[in-house]
Design a binder for this molecule. Structure first.
Ligand SMILES: [Cu+2]
Length: 176
């Protein structure tokens, strides 16, 4: 409720000229932002197209475990290091507070990534290329991934997920 009620017949009063100008400006601005919302997806290459499927933390965990056991080549600070063959399905799991496994990929080859969370919402961010995806529990986030330059990339979590959030750093190694 307003402090003072508006005067009689306010609904039928004419809109003032400056108010009309602001309405038009706001409309143009929202169209401009709406256009960039779509264009940014294409030009910025930071949020690639993906599909999501329903899963459960248990199911995704067992799929990741099977994937790790199949292609494991070593371990780094207690995190398994996995080298899947080009073209294969790759499982990457986010949980409080780590990403697993560490992946070794081949430059210029395509992989089908599956990303999900075991517990809460995490943010998947590859640095320094700055690609960002949201990682939800119960959703299998699937996208085609093709590394185009060799090197070591860090995966940081960019959604605050708890007390150890700042330590949640994973790794992708791209070989020539
Ligand atoms: Cu996190």
């Amino acid at each position: 409720m307003a402090i003072l009620p508006p005067g009689e017949g306010w609904f039928h009063q004419k809109v003032a000229k400056d108010e009309k100008i602001w309405m038009v400006l706001a409309f143009i601005m929202s169209l401009f932002l709406f256009f960039w919302m779509i264009a940014w997806h294409v030009y910025a290459e930071q949020n690639p197209s993906f599909t999501t499927y329903r899963t459960t933390p248990e199911e995704f965990y067992s799929l990741t475990e099977a994937f790790i056991n199949k292609y494991k080549v070593g371990e780094e600070n207690g995190v398994p290091v996995v080298k899947p063959p080009p073209g294969s399905d790759v499982f990457l799991l986010g949980r409080q507070f780590r990403w697993e496994p560490v992946l070794i990929l081949k430059k210029g080859e395509e992989y089908r990534f599956h990303i999900s969370s075991l517990d809460v919402l995490h943010g998947f961010s590859i640095q320094p290329v700055n690609m960002n995806f949201m990682v939800f529990p119960k959703y299998d986030y699937v996208l085609t991934f093709k590394p185009t330059s060799a090197g070591e990339y860090a995966i940081v979590c960019n959604e605050f997920c708890g007390i150890g959030h700042h330590m949640m750093i994973g790794k992708i190694i791209v070989e020539e």
